[in-house]
Every structure is written in structure tokens, then in C-alpha cells.
Design a protein around this ligand. Structure first.
Ligand SMILES: [Zn+2]
Length: 120
């Protein structure tokens, strides 16, 4: 990477930060007009607006590696903060922490995949 651009065959080179932001928001990393996902985490074959190929990246195995730190570390931090509150039953702390962890994973997983599609 040189000057904030990924030299990965795109012509013109794609600004990395912009592509990551667009991928995180679920938009096409090239034009930001077309949607990235068909269903929750299924990526379109190509952008409906600019025909950018979106299926060229093999990222399915990497998504959890990115999503786990982004989702579960804040959830674990929330659980630790909740544990410091005196008088709360342990079962309540565990159940609330798990609900927050699952909600964070549901929120972060498609965004992490979009981030990686933007990076690829
Ligand atoms: Zn596009």
C-alpha cells in the first residue's frame, strides 16, 4: 500500500479508507451506490450500479477473525462492568452479558464482511 491506495489491480486504484468505510456500511466499495448484500451476509455477485465484481474475494473464513474482537471484546467489557455493580445476581449478569454478546455479533458480522469485501 502506498499513499493510502491499494495496488490490487483496480483501475483507478481504490482509496483503502474509503473502501473500508463503504464496505462497513454495506455499500459497494467502488461506487457507494449499490448494496453489498443480497440477504443478511450473502454478497451480490456484482454491484447493481457499477457492475463491480464483488464475489472475487475468498473471505468467508476470515470474517470471524475480524468480527470476534469487534463484537465480543466490547460485550465482555460490558459484562465485566456489570459484574462490578453490587447486588446483581450472577445469573442476571451472565444472561445480560450473553444477550449483549449475541446482539453485538449480529450487528458486527455483516459489517465485518463488508469491511473485508472493501479491502479485497
Ligand atoms: Zn458499485
Amino acid at each position: 500500500m502506498k499513499g493510502g491506495y491499494a495496488h490490487n489491480g483496480f483501475n483507478p486504484p481504490r482509496p483503502v479508507e474509503q473502501a473500508l468505510r463503504r464496505g462497513w456500511s454495506g455499500r459497494c466499495p467502488a461506487c457507494c451506490e449499490g448494496g453489498l448484500f443480497r440477504i443478511w451476509m450473502l454478497v451480490h455477485d456484482e454491484c447493481s450500479h457499477c457492475s463491480e465484481t464483488l464475489q472475487h474475494a475468498r473471505i468467508s473464513n476470515v470474517v470471524p477473525v475480524v468480527a470476534v474482537p469487534l463484537a465480543f471484546l466490547p460485550a465482555a467489557f460490558f459484562g465485566a462492568i456489570l459484574d462490578f455493580v453490587r447486588g446483581l445476581p450472577l445469573l442476571f449478569v451472565v444472561v445480560v452479558s450473553e444477550v449483549v454478546a449475541v446482539a453485538a455479533a449480529i450487528y458486527v458480522l455483516p459489517r465485518a464482511k463488508g469491511l473485508l469485501v472493501g479491502l479485497a
